[in-house]
Write a protein that binds this ligand. Structure first.
Ligand SMILES: [Zn+2]
Length: 213
């Protein structure tokens, strides 16, 4: 599981505790593929994708299908997979969500480029939150982290004033230990990044390190 080796081979990978990509009825009310005549980069036509927005507008968060632009303001975009619901928020107060079934970083790049070549504009100061849980479980933490860094550099080259950050989506119980280890590793790596950044400037600031007398 170390280095750039995948945790399991793609052929062996199963994640039978993952939610069904289409089980949430809202997945039918968001933009999705496969659909005839839509080609996303060099992804196979069978690639399963949903996005709560299309053409720079969100069409999915009002009950009466009213749409609102997501191009004019900073947004928190969430890029994920079947572990995320197809939309988050309602009535114009939403986070645009883009999902690829068991999606990899490369697939997400291609879907994002597809939307950017259309009418989507991502404003400066927007945030891309990345939660590719299934991919993390498939490739293991080390490869995931390396791919995340490369994805973040690519995105910042394209849009220098955005923030790209990793996160972990909620997941259900019952996953294989190998999968949970990858999630735990990412979780602790995220925790570790923020340790040591508190208002402590020397060892003696810690209570237990102070001389008792
Ligand atoms: Zn919306």
């Amino acid at each position: 599981m170390m280095g750039n080796t995948e945790a399991v081979t793609r052929e062996e990978f199963t994640c039978d505790k993952a939610p069904n990509f289409w089980s949430d009825p809202r997945s039918k009310s968001v933009w999705h593929t496969p659909r005839p005549s839509v080609v996303i980069g060099d992804l196979p036509p069978s690639t399963e994708v949903t996005s709560s927005f299309h053409g720079g507008s969100c069409h999915s968060c009002f009950p009466d299908k009213q749409s609102h632009s997501i191009n004019n303001n900073k947004q928190i975009f969430i890029l994920g997979d079947e572990f995320l619901p197809p939309k988050i928020g309602a009535r114009g107060r939403c986070c645009p969500v883009m999902r690829v079934h068991q999606g990899s970083f490369d697939q997400h790049k291609q879907v994002l480029l597809f939307h950017l070549r259309g009418k989507l504009r991502i404003r400066d100061g927007s945030i891309l939150v990345i939660m590719l849980t299934s991919h993390l479980m498939k490739v293991g933490f080390h490869k995931y982290q390396s791919e995340f860094k490369s994805f973040a550099s690519w995105a910042r080259c394209l849009m220098p004033s955005i923030i790209v950050m990793p996160s972990i989506a909620p997941f259900n119980t019952g996953h294989d230990l190998a999968h949970l280890i990858s999630v735990s590793h990412l979780f602790h790596s995220l925790q570790g990044e923020f340790l040591g950044k508190g208002p402590v400037d020397n060892d003696m600031s810690y209570v237990l390190w102070r001389p008792l007398y």
